[in-house]
Design a protein around this ligand. Structure first.
Ligand code: MG
Length: 305
């Protein structure tokens, strides 16, 4: 789709909710017609209802959840930085999925995507164990920052991406043959494991083999002013990413198509709305929305409405 077709002529960015300490991890909850997101440092989960236009508190004392993703079965898989684990929420009942790899605890899972077969891929940077307020201070028990793959049927956890200094957002191409992972290591360089290049502020791409292995890692794009924290891929394969105080849209080849300025620093975003074409943006203390002509690539296999 040409860049001029990404947004309708009438599209305007609007602030729909505010009052979070640090808003992150938005996901559209179809049955409730709501956007659920984390107030990470507020240690609670909020929901914005598209029906009523109201913001409500979904849960408190949640141990610093961050990213979340709707699974094909309608449950919500989310990252808990405080519990250093992945967990699943079914209508408010939360069950643990995994918190360690070979006896060593995860750092602080940050963002997650669930593929069409239910497999869970999540990033494990260390932001939640650096200090109080986004988790609890702790050690890098396995000594690095990986993207892991979790098979919820067996509980098996395996490292999938090992060469991103500070993996953060992640998403797949529409056919799930390419995995994209953002690197936010430009922030907090002192936490970088030895031997890694410094200053990551872009998105890397990997070919996925057998739904299991990744190879041919390459730098797809770099954000010129800020970081790519969370992002989504649309049905045309374009990447809609946080980019400092903006959302930027890139082609699958990494060419910049569009910049949408946002008044606050953008952490993450998701597509929502009954038709899946509203883009919801978590930015610092607020939730923004803008209408688009695009849809999330994952909407083809998710229970969207
Ligand atoms: Mg993140």
């Amino acid at each position: 789709m040409p860049s001029s077709d990404l947004l309708p002529d009438t599209a305007r960015l609007e602030k729909v909710a505010s009052g979070a300490s640090w808003a992150e991890g938005p996901t559209w909850i179809p049955g409730w017609r709501a956007v659920r997101f984390s107030d990470v440092s507020g240690n609670r989960i909020l929901e914005y209802s598209e029906r009523t236009g109201e913001l409500s508190v979904y849960a408190t004392e949640v141990e610093y959840t961050n990213g979340r993703a709707l699974a094909p079965d309608g449950s919500v898989v989310q990252c808990s930085q405080g519990r250093r684990r992945m967990e699943r929420d079914r209508d408010g009942a939360v069950e643990p999925l995994a918190d360690q790899w070979h006896g060593r605890r995860f750092n602080s899972p940050n963002d997650v995507v669930v593929t069409s077969d239910g497999t869970i891929w999540f990033s494990d940077p260390s932001y939640g164990i650096l200090k109080d307020g986004e988790g609890h201070p702790g050690e890098l028990e396995y000594g690095d920052h990986y993207v892991f793959r979790l098979d919820p049927a067996t509980g098996e956890v395996e490292p999938a991406v090992l060469d991103v200094r500070m993996p953060n957002g992640l998403a797949f191409s529409p056919d799930e043959t390419i995995l994209y992972v953002s690197d936010t290591s430009m922030e907090l360089p002192e936490r970088t494991p030895a031997g890694y290049p410094s200053g990551g502020h872009g998105i890397r791409a990997y070919d996925v083999a057998g739904g299991r292995w990744v190879k041919n890692g390459r730098l797809l794009l770099e954000i010129q002013d800020g970081l790519a924290d969370g992002f989504r891929v649309d049905t045309d394969g374009n990447l809609w990413t946080s980019a400092g105080s903006a959302v930027q849209v890139f082609t699958p080849d990494g060419a910049l198509l569009l910049t949408i300025p946002v008044p606050e620093t953008v952490g993450n975003l998701c597509f929502g709305g009954a038709d899946g074409q509203s883009l919801y943006i978590t930015a610092s203390s607020s939730l923004y929305r803008i209408r688009t002509n695009a849809r999330d690539a994952r909407s083809s296999f998710l229970p969207w409405s």
